[in-house]
Design a protein around this ligand. Structure first.
Ligand code: SF4
Length: 349
């Protein structure tokens, strides 16, 4: 319960009371295929007395991961067709992903890059590959934003992060550097002065997109870590995945979005779960997701509203799954309010 090291193996899962003897065989088969890690902070947060604990569901392997559906795919959001050089994904004109590392402090059971991350994944970019990635960014003046993702870029040592930021600082057309991370929640102790100095010293505008899916993840330690980042001038936004058995009810979603806002993290994206292999037990239907998101309107402040997003399989980018609140043509629209009542726009009188 008071582990100081991540839990990484089926034996350690059993010793930590997270897996029963009858589950061991299935879990071992999953662990052979997909990476496992539960950080001490997340292991402490799991309620061993709740068989449906939403934190456990995100991190403890499940034999259901061995069920692969025909529509699931190893690269569900289509990174590879848009990768001009190793480590870069250039899907939209003004921004690139820079995937410097494919290691994470936890391995989420629903991960969209589960075939790429972990000990058997794509690893860390070699110095030569890094040089080619930076040369690509420098050679494309349309790149305004660089998004460090992976893997989790904040597992890199502050010295490595500072090197990356220095190299980006030397590229004038890059104005924004964004980090996609779970670290402030799952390893809040990493958010120290050295890491913050590494993220801020270059003078580029830095954003941190925090991935969390349940309000309990926003512990006091996580909120302190976020406060350190925000107080240093970093802008924080959220990313969550809509997950069956984790946050697929209106109260939990509302509490999650409010927890972000209280922590000075602006809700940004709520992702429909991707078609990653062995993750069908996490997926809702689009209609179920749409109803949940529509229920947030009117229930919680506009500050708390995320954008519900589908990544179109094949690498075609993101599409907003809107509530279709307005229908009709110019001069004759029908608009639904948050209670589902219809109104004419413009009004008849
Ligand atoms: S932290 Fe992100 S990249 Fe890593 S396992 Fe979780 S979802 Fe995947």
């Amino acid at each position: 319960m008071n582990a100081i090291r991540p839990i990484r193996t089926p034996v350690e899962l059993s010793e930590a009371g997270l897996v029963g003897p009858e589950e061991r065989a299935g879990i071992e088969a999953v662990a052979e295929r997909y990476a496992v890690a539960i950080s001490p902070a997340m292991a402490r947060l799991i309620d061993r007395n709740d068989p449906n604990d939403p934190i456990a569901r995100q991190f403890v392997p499940d034999a259901a991961e061995l069920t692969i559906l025909p529509e699931e795919r190893a690269d569900p959001i289509g990174d590879l067709p848009h990768s001009p050089v190793e480590g870069i994904v250039h899907r939209y004109p003004d921004r690139v992903l820079l995937k410097a590392v494919h290691v994470c402090p936890v391995y989420c059971r629903f991960c969209f890059r589960r075939e790429m991350v972990g000990p058997q994944g794509l690893g860390t970019l070699s110095p030569d590959a890094m040089d080619r990635a930076f040369a690509y960014i420098a050679g494309h003046p349309e790149i305004w934003e660089v998004i460090l993702t992976g893997g989790d870029p904040l597992v890199l040592a502050p010295r490595r992060l500072a090197e990356i930021m220095e190299r980006l600082a030397a590229i004038d057309h890059v104005k924004i550097v964004r980090f996609h991370t779970r670290v402030p929640v799952v390893e809040p102790e990493r958010i120290d002065d050295a890491l913050i100095a590494a993220l801020t010293a270059s003078g580029k505008t830095a954003y941190v997109a925090l991935h969390a899916n349940h309000p309990r993840e926003l512990t006091d330690d996580a909120r302190t870590a976020c406060a350190r980042l925000v107080d240093s001038g970093i802008v924080m936004i959220s990313q969550s995945v809509l997950l069956k058995g984790v946050n697929d009810d209106p109260d939990t979603l509302a509490a999650l979005m409010r927890a972000f806002v209280e922590t000075r993290v602006k809700p940004y994206y709520l992702h429909h779960p991707d078609l990653a292999p062995g993750t069908s037990h996490f997926r809702l239907t689009i209609e179920e997701g749409r109803a949940l998101v529509a229920g947030l309107r009117g229930r919680i402040s506009g500050l708390c509203q995320p954008t519900y997003i589908l990544d179109i399989p094949g690498g075609h980018g993101k599409a907003v799954i809107g509530p279709d609140a307005i229908r009709g043509t110019e001069g004759c629209y029908s608009v639904s309010d948050y209670r589902g009542r219809e109104h004419a726009y413009p009004p008849e009188k």
